[in-house]
Write a protein that binds this ligand. Structure first.
Ligand SMILES: NC(=O)c1ccc[n+]([C@@H]2O[C@H](COP(=O)([O-])OP(=O)(O)OC[C@H]3O[C@@H](n4cnc5c(N)ncnc54)[C@H](O)[C@@H]3O)[C@@H](O)[C@H]2O)c1
Length: 325
């Protein structure tokens, strides 16, 4: 398939009717986003290499983006946005198996080619990992310095951003890059697949099992999933209508909390006394990050509503409603 000829400013049909393809639609943020978009009347089609284990409401094409090629992706008829969330998203897994970082780059390349051929704007899920472990007090978008790549996962997001910027440059592709940070909440407790710290702590503390905190000193920016999704929705509307594009934006809570805070709030919400052992941070892990979210506020009127103390209580309640603890 060859791309339509370049016609820089006339080739994108900016509109507000949303018809979106979401990759990684069986994952945590993808499931939340797809359901939120469908609830407000948008048409959503998902792509993921796994079936969705949370809901059967999202129409999903099952395909591995590393190998499938653009022709296996859904027909672009009527689509006006692609949200690319598919990735191997667990930092330490990619330290042990760096091929999974390369797969992230290949997946994005497939999706970018699809967007280039069909002239579709793209939202890309990047990460605070692109900043490395730099210990700045507050992290602003311009402070990314790519020689500080902390892990193969960081490198895959840095490479991903570079590919996006190059496609924007050479093919005038409209994009928004969102740098997420520790998103937690609904649809994240599939611990067998993906051992994330917050669902893991909720599960173990609830069962009176010991937990290990890697990095007592870590201060991170934990984002409740509804805030992350609200930010993406604002971005999607702004991008599809042509109001905001070619921007890289931190999407987080904008507050730093330690893992000790996380443990204590979860234990309080569960009415348990946690058994905690502390170990040093593991290779490749970021130990300090607090996002500057001024840009999201300014460009998108984004306003996070859920501080950690409230978000963790909601996460505990949701986990209890979802499965017996
Ligand atoms: N959740 C966070 O805290 C966080 C933080 C920073 C960045 N991100 C990024 O946001 C995006 C979404 O994160 P999430 O938390 O929903 O992750 P997730 O692991 O829950 O979901 C990712 C989905 O992508 C799918 N996928 C992976 N490789 C694929 C491939 N080759 N082909 C098709 N599907 C594939 C997986 O099956 C999974 O369902 C990811 O790109 C992640 O790197 C997430």
């Amino acid at each position: 398939m060859s791309p339509k000829p370049l016609d820089v400013h006339g080739s994108f049909d900016f509109t507000t009717d949303m018809n979106v393809l979401i990759t990684g639609s069986s994952g945590q943020i993808g499931t939340n986003l797809a359901l939120a978009m469908m609830a407000r009347g948008d048409r959503v089609i998902g792509v993921d290499c796994r079936r969705n284990s949370w809901t059967d409401k999202i129409e999903t094409v099952q395909a591995d983006l590393v190998t499938c090629g653009v022709d296996r992706l859904p027909k672009p008829d009527g689509l006006n946005l692609v949200v690319h969330f598919a990735a191997n998203a667990k930092v330490f897994d990619l330290v042990t198996d760096p091929q999974r970082a390369m797969d992230n780059i290949s997946s994005l390349f497939t999706v970018l080619n699809y967007c280039r051929i069909h002239r579709l704007p793209i939202i890309f899920a990047s990460s605070r990992e692109v900043y490395g472990d730099i210990h700045r007090h507050i992290t602003h978008e311009t402070s990314a310095d790519f020689v500080v790549a902390e892990s193969p996962y960081s490198a895959s997001k840095i490479a991903g951003e570079a590919l996006i910027y190059s496609f924007a440059q050479c093919y005038e592709l409209p994009f928004l890059v969102f740098r997420f940070s520790n998103v937690y909440g609904r649809y994240d407790c599939d611990i067998e697949r993906m051992e994330r710290v917050i669902p893991l702590f909720i599960d173990r503390i609830a069962r009176d099992q010991p937990i290990v905190v890697f990095g007592r000193e870590k201060v991170l920016d934990f984002t409740y999933v509804d805030d992350a999704v609200a930010g993406v929705l604002l971005g999607a509307d702004a991008l599809v209508s042509g109001r905001v594009m070619r921007e890289t934006i931190n999407l987080a809570c904008g507050q730093g909390n330690s893992l000790v805070d996380v443990v204590n709030i979860i234990a309080l919400a569960l009415g348990k006394k946690p058994q905690v052992r502390y170990e040093p941070s593991r290779v490749g892990e970021v130990t300090r990050y607090v996002a500057d979210i001024t840009k999201a506020r300014t460009l998108l009127s984004y306003e996070p509503r859920t501080p950690l103390s409230e978000g963790l209580v909601k996460a505990v309640e949701w986990t209890k409603s979802f499965r017996k603890l």
